[in-house]
Ligand binder design. Structure first.
Ligand SMILES: NC(=O)c1ccc[n+]([C@@H]2O[C@H](COP(=O)([O-])OP(=O)(O)OC[C@H]3O[C@@H](n4cnc5c(N)ncnc54)[C@H](O)[C@@H]3O)[C@@H](O)[C@H]2O)c1
Ligand SMILES: O=C(O)C(=O)C[C@@H](O)[C@H](O)[C@H](O)COP(=O)(O)O
Ligand SMILES: [Zn+2]
Length: 362
């Protein structure tokens, strides 16, 4: 097992990563030396059926409660948020209780927001089970969706620990491997040229990804995220770089209907779009064709899905959280490993979206 430290302005905490470490859950929590009165483990149906018993088997039975939500993005809703709060109240959780998020980014974002708001904030521990959750379990963005936009209701609220058992990744389906890998690619593209170089030259299929040295790749991607959130916990500046590909990606998720396309797959389309826009904006050469061919070899779609109009996407992109005083901001790539957030005028964006939605490719 390896141990990384995540340091943010509001809190410092450990991230444990290793194979089979879910079986040490209780000992790892004990090592935090926090007095915890009771636990509420929030998980989704699929993850609970696979891994919940492994976690509870390590714990004292009398102070552990569990709550299961449906699997998928639609659970990041006000309804499920409220149900979790009801379960916490019915279970008698107090200010010394701890919420455990056992699952992917959906469970982490929802359970984290429950922890941030229950009695104005109680302890919480992330137990990520997806490749994507190397990103979502670190840095403290917790939220639920609104039909009008992704993650619109939420908080910055750091966990007390992240316990990442990579053995659990092997039950993920291909869509989820792809979705998580998109965020790894993002971390390389925005901040770590050598990470991007290494993965783009060694991984050409999902089979190669599954066989790769995952712990080493994940540690490098997490290090990027950790360095950025250490500098800017609440997204006043550089943290917005982590949103590369998300302005369009989030609009695609919202416009298609939450859960129709995985988060990472929508972000991948958004990254291709942002790269094309970057080439026009800076007049640089980013070899977008090479990038899209690589993504295609991994099974990603690289075009805006058919049926989404430039008009609707633009409307949703205008509500993006990076917008300032009505001006859309997008994260653009100057070169591999270097990005910045820039204001983009609506006409340019509309013309680009119009071009990219022409022909309705899927
Ligand atoms: N907070 C952040 O910083 C941050 C960062 C990136 C993404 N996100 C959010 O994370 C969410 C996406 O997370 P995700 O991709 O992990 O989705 P998810 O949590 O929905 O998990 C994907 C699917 O895989 C299943 N699953 C999870 N772990 C499994 C396992 N080990 N074996 C088999 N099946 C398993 C789930 O039941 C679900 O059906 C989005 O809502 C996105 O907005 C948040
Ligand atoms: O941690 C961040 O900051 C990110 O932007 C990471 C993203 O991968 C993630 O999808 C995040 O939830 C997006 O946040 P939002 O503020 O754009 O909703
Ligand atoms: Zn993301």
């Amino acid at each position: 097992m390896e141990n990384m430290r995540i340091r943010t302005e509001s809190k410092e905490y450990p991230l444990y990563i290793g194979r089979g470490i879910r079986h040490q859950f209780h000992n790892l929590v004990d090592s935090l030396q926090k007095k915890i009165s009771s636990f509420l483990i929030i998980s989704d149906e699929s993850v609970a059926s696979l891994y919940l018993d492994d976690i509870t088997a390590t714990m004292d039975k009398d102070n552990v409660f569990t709550h299961t939500i449906p699997s998928g993005e639609e659970a990041k809703s006000m309804e499920h948020f409220f149900n979790c709060q009801t379960k916490a109240l019915e279970s008698g959780l107090d200010r010394h209780s701890c919420i455990v998020a056992l699952g992917g980014g959906v469970v982490g974002d929802l359970a984290g927001f429950v922890a941030a708001t229950y009695m104005r904030g109680i302890s919480f521990i992330q137990v990520p089970t997806t490749l994507l959750a190397h990103d979502s379990s670190v840095g403290g963005k917790v939220a639920i969706n609104h039909p009008l936009g992704k993650n619109m209701i939420g908080a910055f609220y750091q966990p007390d620990a992240v316990i990442y058992d990579v053995e659990t990744l092997h039950s993920l389906n291909d869509t989820e491997w792809r979705s998580g890998f998109a965020e790894v690619i993002k971390h390389g593209l925005i901040w770590d040229k050598s990470l991007y170089h290494d993965i783009s030259t060694s991984i050409h299929s999902l089979a190669e990804l599954k066989k790769s040295d995952l712990i080493s790749i994940l540690k490098r991607a997490i290090a990027v995220k950790a360095e950025i959130v250490a500098q800017d916990e609440t997204e006043k500046g550089v943290r917005s770089y982590l949103n590369f590909g998300h302005t369009l990606g989030h609009a695609i998720e919202a416009e298609l209907g939450y859960g129709k396309m995985s988060h990472g797959e929508a972000v991948a389309i958004g990254m291709v779009f942002a790269m094309k826009l970057s080439e026009q904006y800076y007049g640089n050469q980013l070899h977008v064709d090479q990038f899209t061919n690589w993504l295609a070899s991994l099974g990603f779609s690289t075009h805006i899905p058919s049926g989404l109009s430039a008009e609707k996407l633009l409307e949703t992109m205008k509500k993006d959280k990076k917008a300032q005083f009505g001006q859309i901001h997008m994260v653009l790539l100057k070169q591999i490993g270097e990005v910045e957030s820039v204001p983009i005028d609506e006409e340019t964006l509309y013309a680009f979206l119009k071009e990219e939605t022409k022909g309705g490719k899927m």
